[in-house]
Design a protein around this ligand. Structure first.
Ligand code: BGC
Length: 449
């Protein structure tokens, strides 16, 4: 069971279609001597360099990208990989910086990007090269699930290669704290049960049982998104298809009310913490719960915590059997300095070896069905089984895939205002107004059921 996406109509992007300039003339100075300069029309040899951008700067994230680069360098030892990591979880800093670089004609050879809508403005603006030939040469279609394929295609061609599949709908818990109050995580299947456990934790001395680190705003929106997914897949399908337009929608109001209650258990310094600092509170036992994507597993691994003994996970209430999708990709920007090295990078990004080096450290599962499961720890082994058995899947909006940028660009500010005011009516109005204002940009029809 999965997600089917059909693209209809043309979207309005933030990038204007560039006016084509004069065709570049390939000239290179092949040899220089004291007496003569020979100019040739042959293609200049590409410098042995690959420049990539990403936002993987936490402990687990860095370990994972370094492992992927290592696989690349085993295959291409002559190519120096220049990584430009831009701190800021979920890419909230890098995404804006990348727009400026691309608009200025300074795109790196490849950059981290989410599948789905996030690539569409680049595609609409003519800033990406199709890479269907890379997909064909590497046989990716045979091993990458259709649900993922559909999310990296525009206009019938492939424009990105996925490196993973992250799951956003996960509650991470500290086992010792739950043991202390005698709470069985398997029973925390409703928000009422979860908040009752929070009350017990408070009574037992954990002042703020739920950790949140929304210094970049998105982590609060991330939590709300998982609460919304728990309201039912039909509701979520309407949401990503731009049909959630009534500010009195009972499920939207319910989700916001749950979130309001949830915020009552959150650490008061949440706005000063990054996502990984919030996860660290659960690792240390200062908080019991953290709703976060499974990149959090990388932090537990770096801290040498043992799944099932020190920590565990369960789906946010209402999302059991449902798998949210956060898919990191790389692409081939047009006119990059090292086009061949960019293509080589994409082959390694999509390779079995590359993915089986990267994902066990990253917390995600491989985007390939032929992953070597023995390389993955217990959390991910369970996630691989959950992915296969999922009755529904849904694209994350917070992480760029599920809705157009005209909406997502406003979302974090709306939720951040809500975190401060807790005004459900105002948030529901702003939320649905933002969807209505972006209506022309909802060009993908998601079929989640
Ligand atoms: C990315 C993950 C990353 C997380 C936190 C998400 O948007 O998909 O790869 O670990 O943000 O930075």
């Amino acid at each position: 069971m999965g997600v089917a996406a059909a693209v209809v109509g043309a979207g309005v992007g933030w990038l204007a279609k560039p006016t084509p300039g004069p065709a570049p003339t390939a000239t290179a100075t092949a040899t220089e001597t004291a007496t003569a300069t020979i100019t040739t029309t042959a293609k200049p040899a590409e410098a042995p360099v690959l420049e990539i951008y990403h936002w993987w700067t936490s402990g687990g994230e860095k370990a994972a990208i370094d492992a992927l680069v290592k696989v690349f360098n085993q295959k291409y030892p002559e190519i120096a990989v220049l990584q430009s990591p831009v701190a800021g979880g979920a890419g909230y800093v890098m995404k804006a910086a990348m727009k400026s670089l691309v608009l200025a004609g300074e795109a790196p050879d490849a950059f981290q990007m989410h599948a789905g809508y996030e690539g569409k403005p680049y595609f609409d603006g003519g800033y990406l090269d199709p890479i269907t030939d890379v997909w064909t040469q590497q046989g990716f279609e045979a091993v990458i699930p259709k649900v993922v394929q559909d999310m990296v295609k525009f206009g019938g061609d492939y424009y990105a290669v996925p490196v993973n599949i992250h799951r956003p709908n996960v509650v991470w818990y500290n086992k010792a704290l739950l043991d202390k109050i005698g709470a069985d995580p398997a029973t925390l299947t409703t928000w009422d049960a979860l908040t009752a456990a929070c009350d017990k934790l408070v009574a037992a001395g954990t002042a703020h049982p739920v950790s949140l680190g929304d210094s970049g705003k998105w982590a609060a929106t991330h939590a709300l998104e998982q609460i919304m997914a728990g309201e039912g897949i039909d509701f979520y399908q309407d949401y990503v298809n731009g049909k959630l337009t009534s500010a009195t929608d009972p499920k939207l109001l319910d989700a916001l009310n749950i979130f309001k209650k949830y915020l009552g258990y959150v650490n008061p310094d949440h706005a000063t913490l990054t996502w990984d600092e919030a996860t660290a509170r659960v690792i240390k036992g200062d908080a019991a719960f953290n709703v976060m994507g499974d990149w959090a597993n990388g932090e537990f691994l770096v801290a040498k915590k043992v799944y099932g003994k020190d920590y565990g996970t369960f789906p946010p209430p209402g999302t059991a059997g449902v798998y949210g999708l956060v898919i990191d990709c790389f692409q081939h920007p047009k006119g990059v300095k090292h086009p061949e090295n960019s293509r080589k990078w994409l082959t390694v990004v999509g390779s079995k070896d590359g993915q089986d080096a990267f994902n066990p450290l990253k917390g995600s599962i491989s985007a390939r069905t032929d992953a070597n499961v023995s390389k993955y720890g217990p959390y991910q082994t369970a996630a691989i089984a959950d992915f296969k058995a999922a009755k529904n899947m849904y694209p994350s909006v917070v992480h760029g895939s599920g809705a157009p940028e005209a909406f997502t660009a406003k979302l974090d500010d709306i939720m951040s205002a809500f975190v401060n005011t807790k005004d459900v009516t105002a948030a529901a109005t702003a939320f649905t107004d933002a969807i209505k204002a972006a209506s022309a940009d909802y060009t993908t029809v998601w079929k989640l059921v």
